[in-house]
Design a binder for this molecule. Structure first.
Ligand code: SF4
Length: 283
């Protein structure tokens, strides 16, 4: 149709840039996007239905009257959560709701645990710092390593290279060899069969080198944490600089994690590890 042809011809003029503005702007998420569930402590009856329904043990409900319960009665571990929403469906009081927060990266594993009514600080300040890091002219070469993934994370990593997310605009690109890489992006549980190969991949990278754990499996083992075939996450084999929760993490969450890793000083200031002993730390 002529009108359709005209519309197509005008599209690049009317909307010249289709690429995402993240991280300068907040992520543009679909309404159905699942993030970390949110909990309203005023509606919680402390019955523990959510913790019972959770397949990964991400939710902990402290018994009322216990020492810990004086400060908080409910916590969720973003490093274990697979965003399945079973807790949302199980709660009889609607105290837990589907969340849409996907920017959850942290350099400290303990920081992934959130308590009811006390979500971690909004990432706005971090976003500003990462924007500076991303535009400061530094580049980052990434080697992806699958140490036992279902490939869900790989689909999201592949999306980083499409025209919308276009991660190369931030000076980040993927390389085929660990010898050319600054950062190891690891997906999946650390299966016993691949632990040695993962260590050797890390050791082949030039210093300084970074490791980012992608997804619930790489952080905690996720659904497979209790399998005898894995060690429940990659931090037992590799020194992790940044954890990126999700199942799988959205591309924006991956970008957030990579930019957090570029901003190395924060990881250092968190006292994560002694970089003079590469490859020697497991948590
Ligand atoms: S969304 Fe699923 S994995 Fe996450 S806390 Fe709820 S039940 Fe557990």
């Amino acid at each position: 149709m002529p009108l359709d042809i005209v519309r197509r011809l005008l599209a690049p003029i009317l909307d010249p840039v289709a690429t995402s503005s993240y991280p300068t702007e907040p992520p543009l998420l679909q309404p159905a996007t699942r993030g970390l569930p949110e909990m309203d402590p005023t509606l919680c009856a402390d019955d523990g239905a959510c913790a019972t329904a959770c397949p990964t043990g991400a939710i902990v409900v402290e018994a009322a009257g216990s020492e810990a319960a004086a400060a908080s009665t409910w916590s969720i571990d973003a490093g274990k959560c697979i965003f399945c929403n079973a807790c949302v469906l199980a709660c009889p009081n609607d105290a837990i709701r589907k969340g849409s927060r996907v920017e959850l990266a942290a350099a400290d594993r303990a920081a992934l645990v959130e308590r009811a009514g006390m979500p971690r600080t909004a990432p706005a300040e971090d976003r500003l710092r990462w924007r500076i890091a991303a535009r400061s002219g530094r580049s980052l070469h990434v080697r992806h390593l699958d140490s036992g993934s279902c490939n869900g994370c790989e689909w999201e990593i592949a999306a980083l290279l499409n025209p919308y997310h276009d991660i190369q605009r931030l000076g980040i690109d993927f390389v085929a060899s660990p010898r050319h890489a600054d950062l190891l992006l690891v997906t999946g549980v650390m299966t016993a069969n691949l632990a040695d190969a993962a260590r050797r991949t890390y050791e082949a990278m030039p210093e300084p080198r970074l490791v980012v754990a992608v997804g619930a499996c790489a952080i905690s083992g996720g659904l497979f944490a209790n399998s005898p075939a894995c060690a429940g996450g990659i931090s037992g084999a590799l020194p992790v600089d940044v954890f990126v929760p999700g199942c799988p993490p959205r591309p924006e969450a991956l970008i957030e994690g990579l930019l957090a890793a570029i901003e190395g000083p924060r990881a250092h200031s968190d006292g994560l590890r002694d970089r003079t002993r590469p490859g020697s730390v497991g948590r």
